[in-house]
Ligand binder design. Structure first.
Ligand SMILES: Cc1ncc(COP(=O)(O)O)c(C=O)c1O
Length: 399
């Protein structure tokens, strides 16, 4: 029997006209007409129908009252249960705090862990939000370089960076922009270092539901009680469920004392901060009813990833590894003779494709030589973007 559901991720599901009105953050609404924005990473597909219905039903009830400062009970319950079953972190609902996005949780955890002048270790390259969160807390960034070609984390080198001022270890797992899923032995070694040097671990796992088999995500807090006791795990719904505009994420604290300190810092009890109840309602339904949608998205993304990686590797001067998780590609473009910034400008002008250049402000000093492309759109759009890039690079080579 054929599947009666419409194909959720076919080319005709991407409504470019509406995206041009609504998708900001470097994407459709911020680019000139005709430019394909493979920039910020969120899906170009409409969210699951259950989420749309839940928002509509809640609004139809007519009351949009204050929510609970520490989050709606149903939000905290479903998040705790899901983190327990999917990430194997046994956490009670009382340790879950909704935040205005994963980004907001990162800034909060940095403020919790760092006094001005304290040091935080982050990988290089890594998404700019880590550095921004450390800066905002008055901390000092200390970069641990990653071998980009091999995706190798230098754990001995990282240990040597720890000083008496080090307070925070920032993990991005799966890793944006390298697409790497951290191995269990790497996590265990990092966890041991944190225990030995009494560091807080910020484990940003916003990408943990976008992992391609046979790879599997491991949460560092699931490894053992000593590591879990110093880990604050961060999740979001922008990547897995397409809820970026609702600004909703959450963190899981290790114990009530840490939770209370985070709540104090977050200002939710003053009502100056706090996640919109509508966003929490959407997130509850996403985590309760919409994993089928995430599974289907992942199937679609697998095909797009394989296609895009093969196409990029066939382009002159471009080398691209296949991500184990995330929906970003981070090809090395040094073989084209252009810097990251030059390559991004050239592709924008000559191919009408917007990508993120590997500049220090986006990914740290180690990103030079690479560009980042997001592929969570239709196969048709990715094909057109790659055709244009290939033609533009070929033109440049024949000049
Ligand atoms: C590693 C990482 N953390 C956090 C975020 C931001 O997520 P949110 O939209 O929930 O703030 C991103 C978005 O690109 C990301 O890649």
């Amino acid at each position: 029997m054929s599947d009666p559901r419409p194909c959720l991720f076919s080319d005709d599901q991407v409504n470019v006209e509406l995206l041009r009105q609504r998708a900001y953050n470097g994407r459709w609404a911020m680019q000139p007409a005709g430019v394909i924005p493979l920039t910020a990473a969120d899906p170009d597909f409409p969210v699951a129908p259950e989420i749309r219905a839940a928002i509509t039903d809640y609004v139809a009830g007519g009351y949009l009252s204050y929510g609970s400062p520490e989050g709606l009970p149903e939000f905290r319950e479903i998040m705790a249960a899901t983190i327990g079953s999917r990430k194997r972190i046994p956490v009670s609902p009382g340790l879950i705090l909704p935040t205005n996005s994963a980004a907001a949780a990162m800034f909060l955890v940095a403020r919790y862990a760092l006094a001005p002048g304290d040091e935080a270790i982050l990988f290089d390259p890594v998404d700019f939000l880590f550095g921004a969160a450390v800066d905002a807390a008055g901390g000092r960034r200390v970069y641990s370089p990653v071998d980009k070609a091999q995706g190798q984390f230098d754990l001995d080198g990282l240990a040597a960076l720890i000083t008496p001022r080090t307070r925070l270890l920032c993990l991005c797992n799966p890793h944006n922009p390298l697409g790497r899923v951290l191995r269990q032995d790497e996590l265990a070694a990092l966890g041991e270092l944190a225990v030995e040097h009494d560091l807080t671990i910020m484990s940003d796992e916003i990408w943990s539901d976008v992992v391609y088999p046979p790879h599997e995500h491991t949460s560092i807090a699931s490894l053992d009680a000593g590591i879990a006791a110093r880990t604050i795990s961060i999740y979001g719904l922008s990547k897995s469920h397409g809820l970026a505009g609702l600004r909703v994420g959450f963190l899981a604290a290790p114990d009530p004392k840490t939770f209370d300190a985070l709540v104090d810092l977050s200002r939710v009890q003053t009502t100056a901060e706090g996640v919109s109840t509508l966003s929490q309602v959407a997130a509850v339904v996403a985590y309760r009813d919409c994993w089928y949608w995430v599974d289907a998205l992942l199937q679609h993304l697998t095909a797009v990833r394989d296609y895009a990686v093969a196409r990029l590797n066939a382009m002159p001067g471009v080398r691209c590894t296949s991500p184990e998780g995330t929906y970003v590609l981070f090809p090395d473009v040094t073989g084209t003779g252009m810097s990251s910034a030059q390559a991004a400008s050239y592709l924008l002008e000559e191919a009408h494709v917007a990508v993120v250049p590997g500049l220090p402000r986006w990914f740290g000093p180690g990103a030079e030589g690479n560009i980042r492309l997001c592929f969570s759109t239709s196969m048709g759009i990715v094909r057109t973007a790659l055709d244009r890039m290939e033609q533009a690079l070929a033109r440049r080579n024949s000049q």
